[in-house]
Ligand binder design. Structure first.
Ligand code: COA
Length: 176
């Protein structure tokens, strides 16, 4: 990763850029991925507090594991993408969801940002002691499949998920 890009914790100074990222997803009619993009952000300090608490494992809803939200920031000023790292896997996450979800703002796609974001998130995963991570993704999501493979993902399995009406693939990335 060059110095132009950094994968960092969310911070208040970039609230405006973060809000514009969420707006781009909404305006494009896309689902908010990762799921923390759905969290209310009018009170930004409250959002930052909530994300920090969930990363520590505090106040998690039932069934949720500690998870850390990270931003890919360009030139220190633009939030280009957002990832969410689940610290442990549950039986449900093993089927679908895995350790990491991510999304890049629609206007900044096809410039390698997902690859940068996932690489930085993998460094973070290594930093919290994980020696491998599971990535899951829809088989038809060519951009995500390419991102995962480019970051070292090794195909494990695939399964039709009726609730999604699509085939979901699983890949492992070795961090050791
Ligand atoms: C998936 C997503 C994160 C990719 O972001 P991106 O910044 O455009 O991806 P990159 O520019 O880093 O490209 C990564 C790879 O995907 C390929 N790619 C990007 N967009 C593509 C597309 N529309 N079709 C096919 N391949 C594509 C790139 O060529 C690159 O492959 P390469 O390394 O072999 O050249 C982005 O499309 C997104 O946010 N989608 C909505 C949320 C989502 O689906 N998240 C993943 C959930 S599993």
């Amino acid at each position: 990763m060059t110095d132009r890009f950094a994968v960092v914790a969310p911070r208040a100074e970039l609230a405006g850029s973060y809000r514009s990222l969420v707006r781009e997803f909404t305006d494009a009619g896309e689902p908010l991925v990762p799921f923390t993009l759905e969290f209310p952000h009018e009170d930004f300090d409250a959002l930052l507090g909530q994300l920090a608490a969930f990363s520590r494992g505090d106040g998690l809803p039932p069934g949720f594991v500690p998870h850390t939200t990270l931003w890919l920031v360009g030139d220190g000023k633009e939030v280009l993408g957002v990832s969410n790292l689940r610290h442990v896997l549950t039986p449900r996450l093993l089927v679908e969801g895995g350790n990491i979800g991510y999304g890049v703002r629609p206007s900044a796609r096809r410039q390698g940002h997902a690859t940068r974001l996932l690489q930085g998130t993998l460094e973070h995963a290594r930093g919290i002691g994980l020696d491998s991570v599971l990535l899951t993704c829809a088989k038809g999501n060519a951009a995500s499949v390419a991102t995962i493979r480019r970051c070292g993902g090794v195909f494990d399995s695939e399964e039709f998920i009726p609730a999604r009406n699509e085939v979901v693939q699983r890949y492992w990335i070795d961090l050791a």
